[in-house]
Design a protein around this ligand. Structure first.
Ligand code: ADP
Ligand code: MG
Length: 251
């Protein structure tokens, strides 16, 4: 897709060292995910959005108003500035802060949509400094439901939903088949990429691109693309975290 964009997560706000050891994160092989993982994820998203800002904006120039990369970079830059204030908080607080910051700093449709997603995910992880795979999936589910409710949109309308919904389906299906979280997230990211690419032949029926009618056909949706970038960052972040823990935590 021409936007490989490696991301470099900064050391800012790392709280890995201050997070207490696992105690009650669930039985057996359930991975222990922490607030530090959430911080790493958000920093990684901010970095990839900055790196791919022009690419996202170019996609939006074809079927929108050429501001998607600019919008998200503005939002996630504001998020980065806020992160140190909440870095030692629970995952719910961190995610809600990300969401409210996006809502208040991003002008376009994507601000309230992604903002709602992060706020809803934060609601699902309220009070948690540690959580397992099922809670992560519940948080992602809440994020998707938030976007669909806020945007009054569903699959097949050429939006970010066309990336996120199939990715979550793949994640849940892989887990139901007994895959560990890392394998499941790889399947989810592959489904996210396929979902993003599937927006190319779609007719837009929501958002600015819908004003173009038939002329929206043949272009990849910018929001579906930023959603894929976020999925790839989630995969990388989980890979780093779970591999660093020495392979005992794959669940
Ligand atoms: P704007 O369209 O206001 O300029 P952006 O350019 O930042 O906002 O974001 C556009 C993206 O937002 C689209 O590519 C699409 O994925 C997503 N989007 C727009 N409207 C909706 C909606 N109603 N539901 C879900 N996603 C939407
Ligand atoms: Mg736009």
């Amino acid at each position: 897709m021409g936007c490989a964009g490696p991301y470099a997560s900064s050391e800012m706000g790392r709280v890995s060292d201050s997070v207490p050891a696992a105690s009650s994160s669930g039985a057996g092989s359930d991975p222990r995910l922490t607030s530090a993982l959430v911080i790493d994820f958000v920093e990684g998203v901010a970095a990839i959005i900055k790196a791919e800002r022009q690419y996202l904006t170019t996609l939006d120039s074809a079927i929108g108003d050429a501001d998607h990369g600019i919008n998200l970079d503005r939002g996630f830059s504001a998020v980065l500035a806020k992160l140190p204030e909440v870095a030692d908080q629970d995952a719910g607080t961190i995610l809600k802060t990300v969401g409210t910051t996006l809502v208040s700093t991003v002008g376009g449709a994507s601000g309230p949509l992604y903002g709602t997603a992060f706020i809803r995910a934060g609601g699902a992880l309220a009070g948690r400094t540690e959580f397992g795979a099922d809670e992560l999936i519940a948080a992602l589910d809440a994020a998707l439901q938030g976007i669909m409710a806020r945007g009054k949109a569903s699959r097949g309308e050429k939006t970010m939903i066309d990336t996120i919904a199939p990715a979550l389906d793949a994640l849940k299906a892989a887990r139901a088949n007994g895959a560990d979280l890392l394998d499941a997230i790889h399947e989810a990211t592959a489904a996210a990429k396929a979902g993003m690419e599937a927006t190319i032949p779609m007719l837009a029926t929501k958002g600015r691109a819908s004003y173009l009618g038939e002329r929206s056909i043949g272009h990849q949706d910018p929001g579906a693309t930023s959603a894929y970038l976020m999925a790839s960052v989630l995969q990388d972040t989980l890979e780093h975290t779970l591999t660093r823990e020495g392979g005992t935590s794959h669940g």
